[in-house]
Design a protein. Structure first.
Length: 472
């Protein structure tokens, strides 16, 4: 029973990141008749998944650099503003790329780039703009990007970044990863974007939304509204088993077994398959284990100093160091929380169990400390506190043939009535938070008030999701 009405549809949502919580909140917001009973199961003690925030010595950290992109669907933005009145602010981007030993403003600015880029890179870019291939191969990430952007940008930025983020040679990665991860398609487009910065500062492209109190407030606000509407949120509740019952589903957690009519899963798709009973056929298990995700270690330090640098983020393709990006959350928020300290988060991509993953926290703090000074950033000191987070499912990696494996897994999952996967992990998709929320809102639209499912509407929505391109 819920609010005195007979509940006719019991819905389980696996994962309490933006996709799971966005869906949970939307289902109840649309449920005028009070027909839905919705429970979210989240493995972690905190909600938000990759988009969660946490505090250390009073300084709020995100899981690496997180900004809400202004291309978010206006309807979704409206909901977020209703849930977070006066909290989401439009902020100017203020980052740098460490390129060829120099610090270049990012987003790129014409005068800054002209003055600071080494001649080697400037001449290469000019040549790549003038000599454009009329045809090029599109059989790998490397070939596609080289054809679109030219060798200089690939050699100096995209390829070293790809090796670092995804742990592969660019030629080993499928072309689709270029389409999903790189939003520019030609050097001329970069020039156009740069010139737009001249008169567009503070607006789309050069700006982002960020909530006071950390990016995680978006997921927290969705969770709060979901609970206010009668939803049940179970944190520290990893789902350990999933069994189809005819009709419905049984979900297993540490607290026992729970019965539901429908299950929406936003947890990693390969983990979901591993939880299912009966055990999937061998070819599905093989396809699942062929889908690889990259992990990351996040080294978060609180410094006894008002600020580390004046910039919000530094992007570091340099292959001499393991870190890929630094971010200073203080610069993301509109208002400072402390004047005597600041936080720095350093992202180090890796694989679960590799040497980086296994380093002790102290070793990692020391390593990133050496790396930042090596690339010319200020030393990380004096350190007041440090916390290291090891995150296993960070970047999906589209190896050649991943599409075949993903199709095998998805068509296996699709055959089960009442089971739908969505979100970054559920669809093995490269995305931003606004994409995960778009998936959540679309899924809620496809769920009828009687528990029916609009399969055609969801298929059409999935076609739209294929156009999502990550904004860095
Ligand atoms: C380093 C980094 C930087 C990023 N920067 C940005 C940015 O600037 N802007 C932006 O918009 N987006 C950014 N993103 C992307 C953003 O984090 C994701 O789009 C978003 O978090 C996806 O939400 P999701 O709910 O689909 O997945 P997730 O956030 O991954 O949530 C999945 C949830 O499932 C839970 N789970 C897993 N297994 C189980 C289980 N067995 N039982 C129960 N729960 C389980 C997890 O704990 C997690 O909470 C960034 C991502 C990374 C990694």
């Amino acid at each position: 029973m819920s609010g005195g009405l007979v509940v006719s549809v019991r819905v389980a949502i696996l994962g309490g990141g933006p996709a799971g919580l966005g869906l949970a909140r939307q289902i109840l917001a649309r449920d005028d008749a009070g027909e839905m009973e919705v429970e979210v199961f989240e493995a972690n003690a905190e909600v938000g998944g990759l988009a969660a925030s946490f505090a250390l010595e009073g300084v709020v950290f995100d899981h690496g650099s997180h900004r809400l992109h202004p291309s978010i669907d206006p309807e979704i933005l409206k909901v977020l503003n209703e849930l977070l009145p006066g909290v989401l602010h439009r902020r100017p981007r203020h980052g740098r790329i460490v390129l060829g030993g120099r610090f270049i403003r990012f987003p790129l600015r014409p005068v800054d780039a002209a003055l600071k880029l080494p001649w080697r890179i400037k001449c290469g870019l000019l040549r790549d703009m003038l000599v454009r291939p009329s045809r090029y191969d599109t059989d790998s990430f490397a070939a596609t990007l080289e054809g679109q952007l030219g060798v200089t940008l690939c050699r100096e930025f995209y390829f070293p970044m790809a090796r670092k983020l995804w742990g592969r040679e660019p030629i080993e990665i499928a072309a689709e990863q270029a389409r999903r991860r790189v939003s520019v398609r030609s050097p001329w487009q970069i020039i156009r974007r740069m010139t737009r910065q001249l008169w567009n500062r503070g607006r789309a492209g050069a700006s982002f939304y960020y909530p006071d109190g950390g990016f995680g407030r978006i997921a927290e606000a969705l969770a709060k509204d979901f609970e206010r509407r009668g939803g049940r949120l179970s944190v520290s509740s990893p789902v350990t088993g999933l069994q189809h019952r005819d009709p419905g589903w049984q979900i297993e957690t540490g607290e026992g077994r729970h019965e539901f009519d429908r299950v929406f899963s936003t947890i990693p798709i390969s983990r979901l398959v591993g939880l299912m009973e009966p055990v999937p056929p061998t070819e599905v298990a093989a396809a699942t284990s062929a889908l690889h995700s990259r992990a990351a270690v996040l080294v978060c330090v609180v410094l006894d100093s008002a600020r580390w640098t004046p910039f919000d983020a530094h992007y570091v393709p340099d292959s001499a160091v393991g870190l890929s990006r630094t971010s200073e959350p203080t610069h993301y928020a509109a208002a400072r929380s402390h004047s005597d300290r600041t936080g720095v988060c350093i992202e180090v991509p890796c694989d679960p169990g590799d040497a980086t993953w296994q380093m002790s926290d102290d070793e990692l703090v020391n390593q990133v400390g050496r790396e930042v000074t090596r690339i010319g950033l200020p030393p990380l000191k004096p350190i007041r506190a440090a916390e290291v987070r090891r995150v296993p499912w960070v970047y999906p990696v589209y190896d050649h043939g991943y599409d075949k494996h993903l199709a095998t897994v998805r068509s296996y999952l699709d055959q089960w009535p009442g089971l739908v996967t969505l979100g970054r992990q559920g669809l093995f998709a490269h995305d931003n938070t606004h994409h995960a929320l778009a998936m959540a809102f679309a899924a809620a639209d496809c769920l009828g008030s009687d528990g029916s499912w609009d399969a055609a509407g969801w298929a059409a929505a999935n076609d739209r999701f294929a156009d999502h391109v990550v904004e860095d």
